[in-house]
Design a binder for this molecule. Structure first.
Ligand code: DQQ
Length: 507
């Protein structure tokens, strides 16, 4: 059994305590004790516990000489910090950073496959003490670069191994690009995780393809999800020439005989702050997914705050009959629900805006079901100051066919960007997923500077907001020109996953 106490780390508790008074710091989302975090890595369930590794700079709140942070949870909700799992080795092939990768169970040996930089190569590490400490393989790198027939640039881009077992063999996806062509995912095969044969590109992007949206010029962090007949390939898109991280999408399709046949391409999350997710396959065939929520304020603010980057809540992914993903918050999160308010069967007249009596806060779960008439525009407002100077609007606009998180008035801080940069405008407005019953279910989590919105269990929008006023706590429901029926609206105060001093609570 993994020993919970032995994995706790006193200095990480002190770091958390030092930042605990920061009112922008989420209380029920995972984030590191301090400093920088980006992609989730190495998600694995080991002897019942969930292990979450993540791209981490433990020394500063910016992306530099990245290491693998590590946390463990026994309930998927509360996390305990573990010592940093992997750090660069002076003079080694990972001397400049330990970039993204995955974890597998190799017949009882916990094994990490990660990207060493620079140049970008694949490395391996194992643990013999229950995932606490890691030994890098003496023969690293196990893959020294892209295959010779792939022009992945100079220096090449070749990273983010995603590994699974299939018919007694190991398979690996690698994110890369082909110069002047587009982002690409390569497929490899091995019998022992150490010696790898390159098979072929699993999928190749076209840098000129604009529909349904542009997929950039390099593809990162591939994840292959297999369901009975269908498969889903998740990819994060970057514009290599500007270094701009764009957004994450997924291809529906089929995977058979080491070939992926794409059918359609969809956005995985709208909202503009979500990137580089990774999945963990549960024994019941369901997938859990975490993504990185980056900051929506300038780097000077990260430095001042002493931290940057948050993990999403765990999301459950299943396959819908149309081959697309159904996305819902993991049900375990319900254990954080505390004080509860509810309204039922209320008609909001055209032009009306109602402040919910008592149901206010900066750590809330809200589940609202609307029965809209055609052409209605309605929604919720959260983190509202009583005078409306600060507010964040979740707008469902049926006439124009989109749902958005409007952040124009989210923060009175003039340094906070109110809108997304041009390259990301495609994730600003999400299409409205229509349910057979015509209802719209908004499932919203507000956690101080984080908003995660799930719509009809299909579309998600994740955003960052930075209200400045301590009284920006009210919740409102509104209708524009056409009245709307609110069938039910539940609000829960959410408990913190850390104790009063900001330290981890044992699960
Ligand atoms: N982040 C990692 C890379 C990955 C990128 C570096 C995506 O491995 O491609 O921190 O955010």
């Amino acid at each position: 059994m993994t020993n919970k106490t032995s994995l706790s780390n006193v200095s990480s508790i002190q770091k958390r305590q030092r930042l605990a008074a920061d009112e922008q710091r989420p209380l029920f989302h995972f984030l590191p004790p301090a400093n920088w975090m980006n992609d989730p890595n190495g998600l694995i369930r080991w002897q019942g516990a969930y292990h979450l590794f993540y791209q981490h700079n433990p020394d500063n709140p910016w992306h530099e000489r990245i290491q693998w942070g590590h946390a463990v949870s026994h309930d998927l909700v509360h996390w305990q910090d573990c010592p940093v799992a992997l750090s660069p080795t002076e003079g080694g092939v990972d001397k400049d950073g330990i970039w993204s990768g995955c974890a597998v169970d190799n017949d009882g040996i916990p094994t990490l496959l990660y990207s060493g930089v620079y140049p970008q190569v694949v490395c391996l590490a194992t643990s013999d003490d229950g995932l606490r400490t890691w030994h890098k393989h003496a023969g690293n790198p196990i893959i020294a670069g892209p295959p010779p027939d792939i022009d992945a640039g100079s220096p090449w881009d070749f990273r983010d191994p995603f590994v699974w077992r299939e018919d007694g063999m190991w398979y690996m996806l690698m994110g890369t690009r082909i110069v002047n062509e587009g982002g690409t995912v390569l497929l490899y095969r091995s019998h022992d995780l150490l010696t790898w044969d390159y098979l072929h590109p699993l999928i190749q992007g076209d840098r000129n393809q604009m529909e349904p949206f542009w997929t950039g010029t390099i593809w990162e962090c591939p994840n292959l999800l297999t369901f009975e007949e269908q498969a889903v390939l998740i990819i994060s898109f970057q514009h290599h020439e500007t270094g701009k991280l764009l957004y994450t999408g997924y291809f529906t399709g089929t995977y058979q005989d080491q070939q992926f046949q794409p059918e359609s391409l969809h956005m995985l999350d709208y909202g503009g702050h979500f990137y580089a997710p990774q999945v963990l396959r549960e024994d019941n065939g369901r997938y859990l997914l975490w993504g990185w929520l980056w900051e929506g304020r300038p780097q000077e603010a990260w430095v001042q705050a002493g931290w940057a980057g948050v993990m999403t809540l765990p999301r459950e992914l299943t396959l819908r009959p149309d081959g697309k993903l159904s996305i819902t918050p993991a049900p375990q999160l319900q254990t954080l629900r505390r004080r509860h308010w509810q309204i039922q069967d209320v008609n909001i007249s055209a032009g009306e805006e109602i402040t919910l009596p008592e149901a206010a806060g900066d750590t809330l779960e809200i589940a609202a079901t609307f029965k809209p008439a055609a052409g209605a525009a309605f929604g919720l407002k959260v983190r509202c100051s009583p005078d409306g100077a600060e507010e964040t609007e979740i707008l469902c606009d049926l006439a124009h066919g989109f749902i958005t998180i409007e952040r124009e008035k989210s923060s009175l801080n003039p340094d906070v960007a109110h809108d997304l940069p041009p390259a990301q405008q495609v994730v600003r407005n999400a299409p409205i997923p229509l349910a057979e019953d015509g209802l719209i279910h908004l499932h919203l989590f507000v956690d101080r500077s984080v908003i995660e919105l799930f719509i009809n269990e299909e579309i998600t929008l994740s955003s960052r907001i930075y209200p400045t006023r301590p009284d920006s706590l009210e919740v409102r429901v509104f209708a524009h020109d056409v009245a709307v029926d609110v069938t039910t609206l539940d609000v829960w105060q959410m408990a913190s996953i850390w104790d009063g001093d900001g330290a981890s609570i044992s699960a």
